[in-house]
Design a protein around this ligand. Sequence first.
Ligand code: ZN
Ligand code: ZN
Length: 365
Amino acid sequence: MPGRGRRAPGGAYITMKGVVFLGDRELELREFPDPAPGPGDVVLAIKASGMCGSDLHPYRASRSGNVAAALGLGGQRGPVIGGHEPCGVVAARGAGVPEAAAPIGARVMNHHYKGCGACKHCRLGWSQLCPHGIVVYGMTGHGGHAPFMLAPARTLVPLPDELSFEEGAAISCGTGTAYQALCRLDVSGRDTLAVFGQGPVGLSATLLGAAMGARVVALDTVAERRRLATELGAEAVVDPRAVDPVAALRELTGGEGVDAALDCSASAEARVAAVRSVRTWGRACFVGEGGSATFEVSPDFLRRQVTLFGSWTFSSVIQEECARFIVKRQVPLGKLVTHRFRLEQAAEAYTLFDTQTTGKGVFVP
Ligand SMILES: [Zn+2]
Ligand SMILES: [Zn+2]
């Protein structure tokens, strides 16, 4: 929770407006106190706050339900500022935060989870796996869709000078999630990689998979998304509504199947196709949230020696590694960002994201 914030010269507390998802595809810009940092905290001045597919869960959730419950998360009740891809500069430091850990003005991303800070998962940078309960900023704690955001100093991840704040926002969930999934799949230049779904995560996987040397086949039902995937490095594209995707991927691989497949769509059909499309000894990975999948264990999976991974976002360490990889390999991540909005345009931005979805939207001041 934010502190009581700064006082204006007249004595009144300064307030800011943040985006709150109300459910039933409604949101509002609500006033909150300008956050003040407690011990161990920093306040970030937000320079870019990305829109992620997971935001559509609280956006679309039933108004009568708990927004956090839409993602299977616990956490505080009451209005929460959305946005879990925060990127900006350090604006204030609380007690006990050494200057070197968060210099004022430092360009930073936020690893958008707070755990206990002491267990083995937290110490490895995987605070979202903390067994003692977590805060997910933008879901169960105030996030980045506001001018300022309060966060523990230990959740900061440096943003390389070569990257824009918009790119940093993308890395803070969608692109970082794609990077970690490709690491799970151990993607390399020996692989043909199929990426199911070309939303912000899938497009990132296409970009990063190509930069890792893989031959990428991008699948999506939307022609505009397939076009962008081609621009971002896909060697081939497939419309899974026009053709059988498993047959199409076999055809592209001499009948054998792809080496690795990643589902970023959360569609049950795409998940099954991802498992079926890999070659014998192939690898598949699911990163799309929610829903289910049903496949035949023996023919689809077990008798073909398939390895299947589940992958949930990334650690704070991998987040930094992802940013460095993008710099080193000169990955044109900026091309992913197709829509820029002011916070005042949040209703319009989410309506568009909910219905027409090519590329990625980011809120900028
Ligand atoms: Zn912990
Ligand atoms: Zn996300």
